[in-house]
Design a protein around this ligand. Structure first.
Ligand code: SAH
Ligand code: SF4
Ligand code: F3S
Length: 471
């Protein structure tokens, strides 16, 4: 794999950035044909799939949710942990059978997995029935590759040199909430993480282009946007212009779009200016996803996270003090190589101190080519599983306790769609990103309404639309 060494990675180089526009290859060759897309991994991939859908629809395809009825399949893959790989290879087994029955089925693999050289080779050698393999840096080649199909496997993947996408055209999953990429790639090179290799070095979009996109979304009636990047608060550090994430947030807030969110923030890049801007603008939501990863300063150092346990806690309290009602969630990895019982205890200490609103928790998974994968690990998997279990129990108890505090309160909720919990129910999110299942608001999809919270579980709230009776 094309891996920069860590020392080199720490030097910020102004790389040559290629700005690429949306492809507008249009054809009626596939009119009447269907595509099926499955997306793995993070929001970045979810948003990339919105680009893939546009490319396919421009060729005449329409989406189907039924695998058996499709003419083309795209798997938009993730490489963050081994189990992400396993899921894709498992699914490929199913597709192999399907293709035996339906020879003309077109199978495409994109996303982060093909960016790993070994995976690209495995697809070449062991999965000849896969027609097209593309990567994260050339999604826009997909249309061309489909039109060039000639019974030979096509693999086109570029290494880490990046592109910035402008003037994109997406088939967005929602009409009310939209992703807005503000940057691509990541420069942090946490020692366990594959993302800087699958997505390349950090490339920020120019502020005026982001602003244009937000204004367009607002005109189209979008109520909410989420500024998207692997490390959003490092925004701008790679640009010649002197602006940072606080400037961007303030600029976007001034558009007066109803709701602004952002993911993901790195504690090391969190500045006082950012906290001040979040506090100042009512349309910046009081919700921050702030990955901790570990509570042990020793492990944090081995992870290359650049902050100590104490610095994280200090930042946490600073944010809590300045932003009323803020909810803070986190990511935690257990079982980093040679994590001791003492290290794990420190993680629990931070969790008990910060009482997060929620957390995504993971067992460390070695990723080939990353520095951490070279560390010999002596901790048995059962120990790691026990730690994860213990951690989850504590996290869930805090999530429930936070959620219970909402009972009886009235919250602003952006209603996004029909709830899975029942025909007459819809779902939406509070400002603090709590999922609410709501009675009596079917006509309110796409609106921000007042909801009285009636019940709380660990992962969601129940509520009723507040109806004001005028005297
Ligand atoms: N850019 C974000 C998210 C990156 S991936 C951030 O920095 O927080 C999402 C999460 O996956 C990470 O926060 C981390 O907790 C987890 N993760 C990343 N690499 C991992 C690995 N090798 N094993 C287990 N979990 C990992
Ligand atoms: Fe991975 Fe996030 Fe670290 Fe970047 S900041 S290397 S995406 S964990
Ligand atoms: Fe996975 Fe790639 Fe996202 S590895 S987590 S889909 S950036």
């Amino acid at each position: 794999m094309n891996l920069p060494d860590l020392n080199q990675a720490k030097i910020r180089t102004k790389q040559k950035i290629e700005v690429r526009n949306a492809t507008n290859i249009k054809s009626d060759l596939f009119v009447g044909k269907k595509y099926f897309i499955r997306t793995y991994g993070c929001q970045m991939n979810v948003h990339d799939s919105e680009e893939i859908k546009r490319i396919l629809e421009n060729l005449g395809f329409r989406e189907t949710l039924e695998l058996e009825n499709t003419d083309l399949v795209v798997l938009n893959t993730c490489a963050i942990r081994e189990n992400a790989h396993d899921k894709v290879f498992g699914f490929l087994g199913r597709l192999k059978h399907l293709k035996k029955e339906k020879k003309e089925l077109i199978i495409c693999i994109g996303g982060c997995m093909p960016q790993e050289e070994n995976v690209a080779n495995i697809l070449k050698d062991k999965y000849p029935f896969v027609d097209i393999v593309f990567g994260t840096h050339n999604i826009d080649d997909l249309g061309k590759m489909i039109l060039n199909l000639n019974h030979q496997q096509q693999i086109e993947v570029y290494s880490i040199e990046g592109r910035v996408y402008e003037n994109m055209d997406y088939i967005r999953d929602s009409k009310y909430t939209a992703w807005v990429n503000i940057m691509y790639g990541c420069d942090k090179f946490c020692t366990y993480c594959i993302v800087p290799y699958t997505r390349g070095r950090q490339r920020s979009r120019k502020i005026e282009n982001i602003l244009k996109e937000v204004n367009t979304l607002k005109e189209q009636g979008y109520k909410e946007i989420t500024l998207l990047g692997q490390n959003v608060n490092a925004y701008g550090k790679d640009l010649e212009e002197n602006y940072d994430f606080a400037t961007l947030l303030e600029t976007v807030a001034k558009t007066k779009i109803d709701r602004i969110r952002f993911v993901t923030s790195h504690p090391w890049d969190f500045t006082d200016e950012m906290i001040n801007v979040i506090e100042k603008y009512q349309n910046i939501m009081p919700y921050i996803h702030l990955p901790l990863q570990s509570g042990s300063t020793r492990i944090l150092k081995l992870m290359g996270r650049r902050y100590t346990k104490e610095e994280y806690i200090q930042l946490y309290y600073k944010i809590k003090a300045k932003i009323p009602g803020v909810s803070i969630t986190t990511d935690i990895i257990v079982g980093f190589p040679n994590e001791t019982e003492e290290d794990f205890k420190e993680t629990l200490e931070v969790v008990n101190e910060c009482k997060f609103d929620g957390a995504f928790t993971f067992i460390y998974s070695p990723r080939e080519g990353t520095p951490a994968s070279k560390i010999k690990d002596t901790i048995p998997i059962e120990v790691k599983e026990n730690r994860l279990h213990k951690l989850n129990e504590i996290i869930n108890s805090y999530s429930l306790a936070h959620n219970q505090e909402y009972i009886g309160k009235t919250e602003d909720v952006l209603v996004l769609g029909q709830s899975e919990k029942g025909k007459d129910k819809v779902y939406g999110y509070t400002k603090t990103m709590k999922l609410v299942n709501i009675d009596g608001a079917v006509k309110d999809i796409g609106k921000i309404i007042l909801v009285r919270i009636t019940d709380a579980k660990s992962f969601s709230l129940d509520g009723q639309k507040e109806i004001f009776v005028q005297n």
